[in-house]
Design a protein around this ligand. Structure first.
Ligand code: ZN
Length: 597
């Protein structure tokens, strides 16, 4: 499984809901999550009959398709420069053999932006072309711009063409737009590149060279563009680089900012920072302008149709320079009745969304840790016998299915004190049934069934090991591992997420509780290995030195050395030039089927 964790989310009425949400999705291991995103059922919470969409930060990795997406909450679009840098840092965590498989690096704001990337790639369409196609759609149907806060997203690609949904944050009005010949439009890459090249900062084909990975039409919105620029200006100011208030660029930025209530809370904060600076510098004119922006009440119009269209690096330039490869009349518009529901669209107005800010990730402080952990799972799966053998021999970790053989092997670890060996064959059959019941159906963080044992049943005998193991596991069993049933130097627990039985040496639990960053390592043998792996490959972590010498040695020998401290290869050696001593040669391919590097 990927990293799914229990979260508490609070809706607009202050009601709390618990939800299991992803921090990191490895699609190779959880293909169902991808389907759930396509079905628009991912990160959904039901609250009093209404479906809420939870928007939070997570990392999406699909190596066979070459995709690495950093998903962020939609309200943080103004930080796309920071998020792009973060995504690049995260990819640095991947071993070379995995990194070389990633071809599409994207930052996506919200599940809808993520979803349309997946839809486009499945249809073999370049996502940059899709975003430009949206501008062509708007060119054909300017009526789409008559309401503020348009949400334009690719819904699907079918025999009729590329199907877009046009919705609005604060209006029930919605349209379906069919673009009939997407392959013709997308196929003419030269025309698209020239067209996109009429943009300056927002040329989609030039983004990668600036380390920018947000490919979305909202970049073209004058107000979005201005808010991002404002945020950069305020960050620069904090670093001692003040703006030039009289410059044309700065005045153009102010002219495009939304006014009054149209400002995001971050926009208000940034304006405030600028205002304080203007006050300190006694810049009266700028103070007046900022004040007007902050409190001025004008008609909300995020498209700024009345501005000088040549002045601004935004949609207007695209509309003016539409290439010939777009045939006028290609986009067909039809209004959707929202009452119908379903119909392939999630007509979620913004009121049905709960956002968790990217800084509020509860479980793990750092995304990079999460990713290292996830890579650990991938390594484990590529070498199951090697890793499982080590986990058993070195740490006493084992996990058993609640089958007859599995249960028998598990209780055998408990020894005679558990009361099991003294049972008759019939009693053993009954006890296995109770253990199976107690395991539950899985995918939950605690027990759901209390085995119903009749009075006089061996289950009720004081000191009966399997029952004690069940009762002492409890909710979030990994956090309470000091209470687990113990016998013969081993500890025993039920894993309610997998519906399985576990045993581990007491010494390993002691090591987890005193020396490792997180008790989550006691969740399962697989999570333990992923946590060990993440710690080993995180040179900056102060707890790394807690890893016992033999553990370091094993990881080092079996899984390759850290780049630091690696002796450089002689320059004449084959391959030395391509990777001058950066990465140790691996004994085994880490990703299993990575491209030869
Ligand atoms: Zn994990």
């Amino acid at each position: 499984m990927s990293l799914m964790h229990p979260y508490q989310v609070t809706d607009r009425n202050g009601v709390r809901h618990s939800a299991t949400l992803a921090d990191c999705l490895n699609i190779q291991r959880t293909p169902a999550a991808r389907q759930s995103i396509l079905d628009r059922t991912f990160h959904r919470v039901s609250a009093e009959g209404a479906e809420m969409q939870v928007e939070k930060a997570f990392f999406y990795l699909d190596l066979p398709r070459g995709q690495a997406f950093l998903v962020q909450p939609p309200r943080e679009r103004f930080k796309h420069v920071d998020a792009s840098a973060r995504l690049e840092r995260m990819l640095g965590v991947l071993p070379d053999s995995m990194r070389s498989q990633v071809q599409y690096l994207r930052v996506a704001y919200g599940l809808d932006e993520l979803r349309e990337k997946i839809v486009a790639a499945d249809a073999g369409l370049d996502d940059r072309a899709i975003e430009l196609m949206k501008a062509a759609v708007v060119h054909d149907h300017p009526v789409l711009l008559t309401r503020a806060r348009l949400r334009l997203s690719l819904d699907r690609v079918d025999a009729q063409g590329a199907q877009f949904l046009a919705q609005y944050d604060h209006s029930p009005k919605a349209f379906n737009v069919t673009y009939a010949t997407p392959e013709l439009f997308c196929g003419d890459e030269r025309a698209l590149k020239n067209w996109s090249g009429t943009m300056d900062r927002n040329d989609l084909y030039k983004l990668p060279e600036r380390g920018d990975h947000w490919v979305n039409y909202r970049r073209f919105l004058p107000s979005q563009d201005a808010l991002s620029q404002l945020h950069v200006a305020v960050s620069d100011l904090a670093k001692g680089k003040p703006p030039a208030p009289a410059s044309k660029a700065f005045q153009s930025l102010l002219a495009r900012l939304p006014r009054g209530s149209g400002l995001s809370s971050q926009g208000k904060q940034d304006l405030r920072a600028l205002f304080l600076w203007a006050k300190k510098k006694n810049l009266q004119k700028l103070q007046d302008q900022l004040f007007e922006l902050r409190f001025g009440v004008t008609l909300e119009d995020s498209w700024y149709r009345n501005d000088d269209k040549n002045d601004i690096d935004t949609l207007w330039r695209l509309l003016k320079n539409l290439p010939d490869s777009h045939v006028e009349g290609n986009a067909r518009l039809s209004e959707i009745s929202l009452d119908l529901g379903g119909g392939g669209g999630s007509f979620s107005a913004s009121t049905n969304e709960i956002e968790i800010g990217s800084t509020e990730l509860a479980f793990k402080e750092r995304f990079e840790d999460t990713l290292r952990h996830e890579v650990g799972h991938a390594v484990h799966e590529a070498h199951p016998d090697l890793v499982n053998g080590w986990l058993w021999e070195r740490f006493g970790w084992a996990i058993f299915e609640p089958t007859q053989a599995g249960i028998d092997d598990w209780v055998a670890q408990m020894g005679a004190g558990s009361g099991w060996p003294a049972l008759t064959a019939t009693q053993k059959t009954q006890m296995r049934s109770l253990i199976r019941q107690a395991c539950g159906a899985g995918s939950v963080w605690g027990p759901t069934v209390t085995p119903n044992a009749p009075s006089g049943s061996p289950w009720r005998v004081a000191g009966f090991g399997p029952r004690l193991a069940f009762e002492q596991s409890g909710d979030s069993w990994y956090e309470k591992n000091s209470q687990w049933y113990r016998a013969g130097g081993k500890a025993f627990a039920f894993n309610f997420w997998y519906g399985t039985l576990m045993c581990v040496s007491e010494a390993t639990l002691g090591f987890i509780n005193t020396r490792m960053p997180d008790a989550y390592a006691a969740m399962s043998p697989g999570e333990f290995f992923a946590e060990i792996y993440a710690l080993f490959y995180d040179p900056g972590n102060p707890k790394r030195k807690n890893l016992p010498a033999d553990v370091m040695k094993w990881l080092d020998r079996e899984l390759g050395q850290l780049s630091a401290g690696r002796e450089a290869m002689p320059k004449s050696m084959v391959g030395a030039k391509a990777r001058p001593g950066k990465e140790a040669p691996r004994r085994r391919s880490q990703a299993g089927k990575g491209k030869p590097t």
